[in-house]
Design a protein around this ligand. Structure first.
Ligand code: SAM
Length: 219
């Protein structure tokens, strides 16, 4: 098993939908992180892509200049998602209660999870679904920093260092046959890591993992 039952636990184990009941029209990371993420999206996404922005909100961090075929958003708060200018449509679904994504096989060119993977209690099920709905060669991009709603992050995340979190997401991806070994992008200056550890500012560290759905299943 990828995670032990206790590692999936949250300090606040009430329904996540309650926590996201009211809209939070804030940015969860600093402008440097967002710029880094937008640049990464620019590198991997193409116009005419069909994109699923999982665990989204009122912003998607997609490059303004690229017109995609469609961008579908997902989250837990309709008011936040309705304000997101990049979404053509959106749906609400608690991914810790309903682990199946409402799409057929091989639909999307890209699936994104920005600064939210720490809230998934059954990541292997969700990454299996991501693999299923991605087209062959489609890309999944998972990004995160060191901020979180602590009471809503799973124990495995709370108890980990930044580099252990990278390994954790790597293990989520590795657990799915048919997703490639992820490329890992880390942008964390030693000075900002120290300042952030001391709680006196510094830039938000940037971590991202990029994997593709392989064209054919391994024998
Ligand atoms: C920190 S926000 C990040 C939003 C957005 N991706 C961004 O970059 O600003 C975390 C998001 O995770 C989503 N989320 C948290 N728990 C969830 C759950 N159990 N099921 C589905 N979505 C969840 C919420 O919708 C929330 O908007």
């Amino acid at each position: 098993m990828l995670l032990q039952p206790h590692q999936r636990k949250k300090l606040d184990d009430t329904d996540d939908a309650f926590f996201y009941d009211y809209p939070r029209l804030v940015t969860h990371v600093d402008s440097g992180f967002i710029q880094r993420l937008t640049d990464l999206y620019r590198q991997y996404l193409q116009s005419e892509d069909s994109i699923l922005d999982l665990m989204s909100s009122w912003v998607s961090h997609l490059p303004d200049e690229i017109q995609f075929k469609q961008v579908i958003g997902h989250g837990l708060n309709a008011e936040e998602l309705a304000k997101n200018p990049r979404l053509d449509e959106f749906f609400l679904q608690n991914l810790n209660q309903d682990l199946k994504l409402p799409y057929g096989d091989s639909i999307f060119d890209a699936v994104l999870i920005a600064v939210s993977v720490q809230y998934l209690q059954y990541p292997e099920a969700i990454f299996s679904e991501i693999h299923r709905i991605l087209k062959p060669k489609g890309v999944v991009i998972v990004s995160f920093s060191n901020r979180m709603f602590y009471q809503k992050a799973i124990q495995a995340w709370r108890d980990s260092t930044d580099s252990q979190r990278v390994q954790l997401v790597q293990s989520y991806i590795h657990s799915i046959i048919g997703l490639s070994t992820p490329e890992v992008i880390v942008d964390q200056s030693p000075q900002s890591a120290l300042l952030s550890w001391l709680g006196v500012g510094g830039r938000d560290p940037f971590f991202a993992l990029v994997a593709r759905r392989e064209e054919t299943l391994p024998p």
